[in-house]
Design a protein around this ligand. Structure first.
Ligand code: MEV
Length: 317
């Protein structure tokens, strides 16, 4: 049996713009998802996924009743078998350290873990870019949209400067980032928000393209300031990025409450992270203020997500 795990992610800068050929900065989070796979002597694909309430079920039966739930795993197996011309019955087990409700990227982490696991099991050499490409293709096959930044975070780990579809994937080499993460308790509906921004861009191309161009400048500056560990300036850039996201109408009252609480408690900067509407907000802080800012976010109704950030990319356990 082979077991592989991959980390979750948080968007630091550049959400939405990255769907339109702009760069973003993503950080991996050490809440991991693992996939274990072993070959069977028959042709059955048997899945156990406690987080989906699935135990020892044949995937072809689940396909009819739980298609939504198993579609990522099923598409991974189909794409992998087709690309590498292999076939076998498999026992597949998934295990998640985080809920798919908080927006840390559970689908991409499961897809990446499963593809790396299959490559080890069938002894097929895949480098990180090969794993990224097949995983991104799989995510697109299932959901039809997305920039792939979450897939890159799951494959490579660390902090990445990333351009749409993996045209650029560049590591930003720092060990630590003074980040506080607050969860709103509300699940963001990413596909709906991405489509909403797309419609806005169709209606008002000049306005929305201008916002994306401004976000691009912020992302490029943020890359340099993160490399310099100039957290005060990184915080200022976060506030500018958040203002532009407000102009896209994707923030929410709960996100704004948590952002305000963090800033009032002395954070250098704060913004939503991801599609908007819910999920998580992030704040860049002075280490000495960390506890005060966490308490302020909790008092405003958020829950703190504690995890090692950045985390290691996909790895065999
Ligand atoms: C969602 O977490 C981030 C978006 O930029 C979508 C994407 O990049 O796939 C809104």
């Amino acid at each position: 049996m082979i077991k592989v795990s991959a980390p979750g992610k948080l968007m630091l800068f550049g959400e939405h713009a990255v769907v339109y050929d702009k760069p973003c900065i993503v950080v991996s989070v050490d809440h991991r998802i693992s996939v274990s796979i072993e070959k069977r002597n028959d042709n059955n694909l048997i899945l156990t996924a406690p987080e989906l309430d699935i135990k020892d079920k044949n995937i072809s039966d689940l396909e009819k009743t739980h298609f939504k739930k198993v579609r990522f795993i099923l598409t991974v197996i189909r794409n992998f078998f087709k690309k590498y011309d292999v076939k076998s019955g498999l026992d597949i087990k998934t295990k998640s350290e985080f809920s798919d409700k908080i927006g840390l990227g559970s689908s991409s982490a499961v897809v990446v873990s499963a593809i790396k696991c299959l490559s080890e099991l069938f002894k097929i050499k895949m480098n990180e870019k090969d794993i990224f490409d097949l995983s991104y293709q799989t995510v697109l096959d299932v959901q039809g949209l997305g920039s792939g930044f979450d897939v890159a975070a799951a494959v490579y780990g660390g902090i990445l400067f990333f351009k749409t579809a993996g045209k650029t994937i560049e590591a930003i080499n720092i060990q630590d980032i003074p980040l506080v993460v607050g969860y709103t308790g509300i699940k963001a509906d990413t596909p709906t928000l991405v489509k909403m921004v797309r419609e806005k861009r169709t209606k008002e191309p000049d306005k929305i393209n201008h916002i994306f161009n401004e976000i691009e400048k912020i992302v490029n500056s943020a890359k340099t300031e993160i490399e310099n560990e100039n957290w005060k300036e990184v915080g200022r850039l976060m506030n500018l990025n958040q203002n532009l996201l407000r102009n896209l109408d994707i923030s929410s009252k709960k996100l704004e409450d948590l952002i305000k609480a963090a800033l009032d408690a002395g954070a250098y900067g704060a913004k939503l992270s991801g599609a908007g509407g819910g999920d998580c907000m992030i704040a860049i802080v002075d280490e000495n203020n960390l506890d005060k800012i966490k308490q302020a976010i909790e008092k405003a109704g958020g829950s703190i997500i504690d995890a090692k950030i950045p985390a290691e990319g996909a790895k065999v356990e």
